[in-house]
Design a protein around this ligand. Structure first.
Ligand SMILES: [Fe+2]
Length: 379
């Protein structure tokens, strides 16, 4: 997403400071990054005497939000009926629970669709064939694909739409194309026996087509997933978070952008997967404080022990609007330079949007209003 720009040239320093970001902080200080375009543009690193999240009180619309999506426990037969959690013109994020086979096919005319399976397992049937799904799978569905899920167990899905545009992969630059995940781990649907059996099902098949946020229904007197074959360089793919191999440095805490998995025009989707902590004595072992001045940041906690946040469990989502200073919670901050474990044990999906997000009705119902106070020091 980052464009090359003629940034105003500054190379300056004042007072006591480190020469390397996130490393060898002056004794007793806390580093805060102020940066442009996420972690890609010009940046300044300030060394504060106190944690930059040490407020006594925080009021107003910039406050961070946390939503316990586990509270959204009604099942919806259609993804278009799932509650909207966060949205803007570039994306729409919903949390969808499905406890039986979708009675209708779905088709998103508004953009590419990403399904992140938080819980459950089953099958996806679509124009391109059948593919199984399980917890931890990303399922990418190109705009216009007809599809349905048939769960084998109750399924919970985070849906992330690339409104009016596409998903692509990040540029791996110096790391080379096989870093983070090899393209060979992307699986595509198959025309297998189960797909052919599904094709042979008779009856009336409604297709719920979402376009411009409205749902139209085209009803076929036969199963429209009736292709006898296909070829091309466009298809749904499946990627499990197990197959994400995070890039790490023993001597430097990499920014969250190093974990980018999918890129759209105005947002990115990143995956936090278990990784060893930094071992250099001077390197930060927790995220650095920052304001994310250009991006809204959303984190969905999928599984594990979320090392930089207190009071967060699987199925919760946090939303840090652009401009809100944040960093590790007080308990995590005590381990800023020394961790008692060798590695993180967390899976989380991050959605960073270049434009501000609005909170949907679905999320408002399950908000934890005390989240803003979670940075207050406690023992
Ligand atoms: Fe952040």
């Amino acid at each position: 997403m980052a464009k090359s720009r003629n940034w105003i040239p500054v190379k300056a320093a004042e007072g006591v400071h480190s020469r390397q970001a996130h490393t060898d902080l002056p004794e007793g200080t806390f580093e805060r990054e102020i940066s442009k375009e996420g972690f890609f543009g010009p940046a300044a690193f300030l060394y504060h005497r106190r944690p930059p999240t040490g407020w006594n009180d925080f009021q107003g619309p910039l406050r961070p939000r946390a939503f316990d999506l586990n509270g959204l426990n009604e099942s919806q037969a259609s993804p278009w009926a799932a509650p909207v959690v966060l949205h803007n013109k570039a994306t729409e994020i919903r949390f969808w629970r499905l406890d039986r086979a979708m009675p209708a096919l779905a088709r998103n005319g508004d953009g590419d669709q990403l399904l992140f399976v938080h819980r459950g397992e089953g099958e996806l049937f679509c124009d391109y064939g059948r593919i199984a799904y399980e917890a931890g799978d990303y399922l990418y569905l190109p705009r216009g694909t007809m599809w349905r899920l048939r769960p084998a167990s109750e399924t919970a899905v985070l849906t992330i739409e690339a409104t009016n545009t596409h998903y692509t992969l990040p540029d791996r630059g110096l790391l080379g194309p096989h870093a983070i995940f090899d393209p060979a781990v992307l699986d595509t649907p198959r025309f297998d026996a189960a797909f052919k059996a599904h094709q042979a099902e008779e009856g009336v098949f409604p297709v719920e087509i979402k376009k411009r946020g409205q749902v139209s229904v085209a009803t076929y007197p036969y199963n429209p997933l009736d292709a006898v074959g296909w070829h091309g360089d466009l298809a749904p793919v499946r990627l499990n978070v197990r197959d994400v191999r995070p890039v790490v440095s023993a001597r430097y805490h990499l920014p969250p952008s190093a974990h980018t998995t999918f890129v759209s025009d105005r947002f990115v989707v990143c995956t936090f997967a278990p990784r060893p902590f930094e071992t250099d004595p001077g390197a930060l072992k927790v995220p650095f404080f920052h304001n994310n001045d250009d991006f809204d940041e959303v984190l969905f906690y999928h599984a594990g022990d979320f090392f930089s946040r207190d009071g967060i469990d699987a199925g919760m989502m946090t939303f840090h609007p652009s401009g809100f200073t944040h960093g590790p919670h007080p308990k995590a901050l005590k381990k800023m330079l020394v961790q008692d474990k060798a590695a993180t044990d967390e899976y989380a999906v991050m959605i960073d949007t270049r434009d501000p997000l609005d909170v949907g009705d679905g999320a408002a119902a399950v908000e934890n209003p005390a989240y803003v106070d979670s940075w207050k020091a406690r023992d």
